[in-house]
Design a protein around this ligand. Structure first.
Ligand SMILES: Cc1ncc(COP(=O)(O)O)c(C=O)c1O
Length: 352
């Protein structure tokens, strides 16, 4: 992949490409999705974007106008609520259900239904989920599709972590629904699966008429995704997937280590996430005992123990106020070291 990028640069494949991305990459993405999920995506339904974030922005801007409402299960990767707000729409947050250390997080389907109003245009779904590490079940995906069908809503789907699913957890991609064209705007990307964060390539899959309009928007925002990155992305998708499988297996081991270590900390309720590379432990007991807010707690962990964790409220509002977000995109040695330091801090705090 790196070599493909270098080759593209050496061959001066450095000019603008079509705004929708080069044909071969659009074909490769369609082929990937169709092979993997049994879908029927055509290459001209695929837009190559500047990252999945770029895809999210395009997706939301194609459906939202000022005054619209978007249902956002919370916590959420913030781009969905923030882009909605930027477009003048209102995010309506629905907290995920926390079912405890054994069962983790689930979508609150009843709460989602109860928030639907004539202004509701879309529901955002990230699966596997950042920041909780949840993989929503096929039944949950079916239910969300039913809600969309019954209320004529768009499901704005982000499956950027679709290769990071552990323990054979069942997963149903939204692109595999036969009527996806009517209800789904689908995105994914290369940043996570191929560790290509800085190359800035993602994709958006949407029915043709919408795709054609979005190209006009894309050309006025970024002209095209980076040319040489697109070449590298083709090689990534069509090349050897063994390194990806090995990386995912390494992440699973790291997750297990992190769960084991964090469970030693008093007051931490740690659910073993099933996907992505995050854990979202519930630290309510520590907060109650110490009187700290989760932001103050995360600050103390950083300034007194030099370990970086995010307060759950970074995602992006109140649903995360009893949670910290950890990533296991670091090696096991540092995972153990970080957890030990937090254990020391919490033990000190609870003794006072
Ligand atoms: C759910 C989710 N979507 C999108 C992104 C951003 O992806 P990209 O680098 O493709 O813009 C991230 C990165 O953390 C993410 O967690």
């Amino acid at each position: 992949m790196v070599n493909a990028g270098i080759k593209a640069l050496e061959e001066r494949f450095t000019a603008y490409t079509p705004a929708e991305g080069i044909a071969e990459l659009r074909e490769a993405v369609a082929e990937y999705l169709n092979t993997r999920y049994g879908s029927d995506v055509e290459p001209d339904e695929v837009l190559i974007t500047v990252g999945t974030k770029g895809a999210a922005f395009l997706a939301l801007s194609s459906y939202l106008k000022p005054g619209d409402e978007v249902i956002v299960p919370e916590p959420t990767y913030p781009v969905y609520s923030e882009a909605s707000r930027f477009l003048g729409a209102k995010p309506r947050y629905v907290p995920l259900k926390w079912l405890g250390e054994e069962k983790g997080f689930r979508l609150d389907l009843e709460a989602i239904k109860s928030l639907i109003s004539p202004r509701t245009k879309a529901i955002t779904i990230i699966n596997p989920h950042n920041p909780t590490g949840a993989v929503f079940s096929p039944q949950e995906s079916e239910e969300i599709m039913n809600i969309a069908r019954e209320n004529n809503l768009v499901v704005v789907v982000d499956e950027i972590y679709d290769n990071f699913i552990y323990d054979d957890t069942p997963f149903k991609s939204f692109i595999s629904f036969p009527d996806w064209r009517d209800y789904v705007v689908y995105s994914g990307g290369f940043s996570k699966t191929f560790s290509m964060t800085g190359w800035r390539v993602g994709y958006l899959v949407v029915r043709k008429e919408v795709a054609r309009n979005l190209v006009k928007l894309a050309v006025n925002i970024w002209s095209c995704p980076p040319s040489f990155s697109q070449k590298a992305a083709i090689t990534a998708l069509r090349g050897d997937w063994r390194p990806v499988r090995e990386m995912v297996e390494m992440f699973r081991r790291r997750r297990d280590t992190m769960v084991r270590e964090l469970r030693k900390i008093p007051g931490f309720k740690v659910w073993k996430g099933r996907g992505a590379f995050y854990l979202f432990p519930n630290v309510k007991e520590v907060l109650e005992e110490t009187g700290l807010t989760v932001e103050q707690f995360a600050d103390k962990i950083l300034t007194e123990k030099y370990v970086v964790v995010l307060p759950g409220t970074a995602f992006p509002d109140k649903a995360g106020s009893h949670y910290l977000r950890f990533t296991y995109a670091i090696d096991e040695e540092r995972i153990r070291e970080g957890a030990e330091r937090i254990l020391e801090l919490v033990s000190d705090l609870l003794r006072k």
